[in-house]
Design a protein around this ligand. Structure first.
Ligand SMILES: [Zn+2]
Length: 375
């Protein structure tokens, strides 16, 4: 028999919002720093990923990047990142962000970065059967010309594994319209398009991403709920939101996951799937993201299945790959549900399957504050 938490950890998963540089193990960060003589703020590995604001977090993110120098560094970190996803959350497929300009501005050739990542991805696929594709991210604090040049270099070093363009960094000071040119260039050359939006900025940024940048998905998107019009549009157009419970709980101050905006996004009928964002830096993993959010919100197996299959539908797979993944995931979900014991946190007594999307908030469906813990 499976406990509900084990079931949540073991359901097969797609991850579409995960930053390579934010998946580096603290021990690997320390090891690479030693090897390349990068000075660390502390000798204690357990304290390397401690910070209070997104701005401090971005500083550490850049420091981790600065320890990735030769092709083998990128390969090792990418391999370990996927191994962790498989072990801790039954990750089967990931589209993983990386920030090229964090590396190229330090003099690391684009080819070193991309080829190293692909080495690690290929080895992980051979060892664990997990697949991974890459999304190059615009860094919002860069100039538009730097972003455009990054896209040009990515296109020059195009590999089949590199399939998309995204955008991250602090959103409020640098809105998406700044990077229209980079997005149009990428789109014209066949890269798929997504962007972080509405983390701490108004819903209008989603409209800009969809209409001016040509984005197909929205990463995060929580403030969409402030605009009934934009919410209705995203629902009607079936836009997928790649949401990240723990990282946003930490950075944006929603420490009680039972009150996280994801709850109301699901309630509004938006298409949401779950991700770990920067798992090692936020002391989480893709298995824990499902466990923490679904138990905090009292979601039953029906909603878990919706999150899992939304990942399959939102992924940039071709039709044959998607159909194969859908049927394999469905079979695994069926088998895991059959193994579940009767103890399903947050579900009503009896054989019910818990709240589904589109239902009003259910009194009693929310368990006590989650054991988030970003320490
Ligand atoms: Zn992110």
């Amino acid at each position: 028999m499976l406990t509900y938490e084990e079931y949540l950890r073991r359901v097969p998963k797609v991850e579409l919002h995960c930053h390579f540089e934010g998946t580096v193990r603290a021990s690997t960060f320390a090891d690479l720093a030693r090897r390349h003589n990068v000075e660390l703020p502390t000798e204690e590995v357990g304290k390397l990923y401690e910070y209070d604001t997104i701005y401090e977090f971005l500083k550490i993110f850049a420091m981790v990047s600065s320890t990735l120098i030769v092709r083998e560094d990128f390969a090792r970190a990418a391999y370990e990142s996927l191994a962790d996803g498989v072990e801790l959350g039954n990750l089967r497929y990931r589209e993983m962000f990386f920030n090229p300009t964090l590396h190229t501005r330090r003099g690391i050739p684009m080819a070193t970065c991309i080829d190293g990542l692909i080495d690690g991805i290929s080895d992980a696929e051979a060892d664990f059967g997990v697949r991974c594709r890459l999304i190059a991210d615009v860094y919002r604090q860069d100039d538009p010309a730097v972003a455009r040049q990054m896209v040009e270099e990515v296109l020059e070093h195009r590999r089949p594994e590199l399939i998309g363009l995204g955008m991250d960094g602090a959103e409020a000071p640098d809105p998406p319209e700044k990077f229209v040119e980079a997005y149009r260039l990428a789109g014209r050359n066949g890269l798929r398009l997504t962007s972080h939006a509405c983390e701490d900025a108004p819903a209008q940024n989603i409209v800009t991403c969809l209409d001016q940048l040509g984005c197909e998905r929205i990463d995060h998107g929580y403030h969409v709920l402030e605009s009934p019009d934009v919410t209705a549009r995203c629902r009607d157009e079936g836009i997928y939101f790649t949401c990240c419970p723990t990282s946003t709980a930490v950075v944006y101050g929603w420490p009680d996951l039972s009150a996280h905006p994801i709850k109301d996004m699901v309630g509004a009928g938006l298409r949401v799937m779950l991700n770990s964002d920067d798992p090692t830096m936020f002391h989480t993993d893709i298995g824990q993201e499902y466990m923490r959010l679904c138990t905090a919100l009292g979601y039953g197996t029906d909603q878990v299945r919706k999150f899992v299959l939304a990942g399959v539908e939102a992924a940039w797979l071709d039709d044959g790959e998607r159909a194969a993944m859908r049927s394999s995931f469905t079979a695994q979900l069926d088998a895991l549900e059959a193994e579940l014991d009767g103890d399903r946190p947050g579900t009503a007594p009896g054989p019910g399957t818990g709240p589904g999307p589109g239902t009003a908030p259910e009194p009693g469906a929310v368990s006590p504050p989650s054991g988030r813990g970003a320490a």
